[in-house]
Design a protein around this ligand. Sequence first.
Ligand code: ADP
Ligand code: TRP
Length: 336
Amino acid sequence: MRVLSGIQPTGNLHLGNYLGAIRNWVRMQDEVAAKGGQSLYFLADLHSLSDHMTREARRDALTDMAAALVACGIDSTKSVLFNQARVPAHAELCWLLNGTARMGWLNRMTQWKDKAGKNRDGASVALFDYPVLQAADVLLYQTTHVPVGDDQKQHLELARDIAVKFNADTGREVFTLPEPTIPPAAARIMSLRDGSAKMSKSDPSDMSRVNLTDDADTIAQKIRKAKTDPEPLPGDVAGLEGRPEAKNLITIMAALDDRSADAVLAEYGGANFGPFKAALAERLVVALSPIRERYLGLRRSPEIDAILIDGATRAGALAAPTLAAAYDALGLVSGR
Ligand code: ADP
Ligand code: TRP
């Protein structure tokens, strides 16, 4: 069992990233280790070339995000934690796979269509090629499981298509076919201001999200001001139909407590939002303040660089045999 996932280092982590992705990574590391498997988690800094960022912003985003992952519980003694640019095999394999990937496949990617919009000629080649680099990330390690959100499923299907075609074209079984593992419990967290939009770092309003760096007062204020409706809370989930903001707050509470939305409503159903919001804010502070404390201690510390350097060395060693097999299958002699 080999588990791998990545996250683009662009700004601070928020509650959606934590409950939807990172917390599952943290939980998986123990399960995978117990089964004798290997977990790899990385910061997709090469992928960030598909967005414009200054040099300084890119450097800070990497180290801050790495510190945040460690603060959330990614443990470098249990998982390999690294940044993509430090392991040149990612860029190399991406180039090799560019010979296999078809323009038509990439043209059908929803992320490409959404992000390029009408201005395809003005979009970067990096944005178009983003899924091929992602395929390289996954295939380089003979990855079996890729824990990701639903939005990444199409990219993983593409990685499988590339692996199948590469193996068939070269007549060699160079790559393992990866499976997306979309955790059933992965919560989809919505904006605190609009229950129909996902909580995102790109939302211009900071009041729309809880950042992992928010202090207790900020969290309490954001939850107090979170959009709701005038009705009291229903007694079961069926009663949340058509009430996206109420549903979101209940989802957050349920995810934090690892219980069902019905169990939360059994406790708070019939009450107004006031007492529920106070309890939710308190629960968030309990969950997030240790992460925040650890993060503030680790941010910009040399310990983070040391973890990333060591992780890159280990990742590079794990990647080497597959990269060599890919070069060889194509009849290329690399300088490695
Ligand atoms: P953002 O939308 O803030 O830009 P990313 O697209 O960088 O976040 O996502 C990073 C990871 O966090 C992905 O695995 C994604 O599925 C997860 N994620 C992001 N936002 C949410 C959310 N609101 N709810 C659940 N998971 C989320
Ligand atoms: N595209 C992913 C995201 O936006 C990040 C990512 C890059 C990734 N490479 C990966 C995820 C490989 C899983 C496996 O969330």
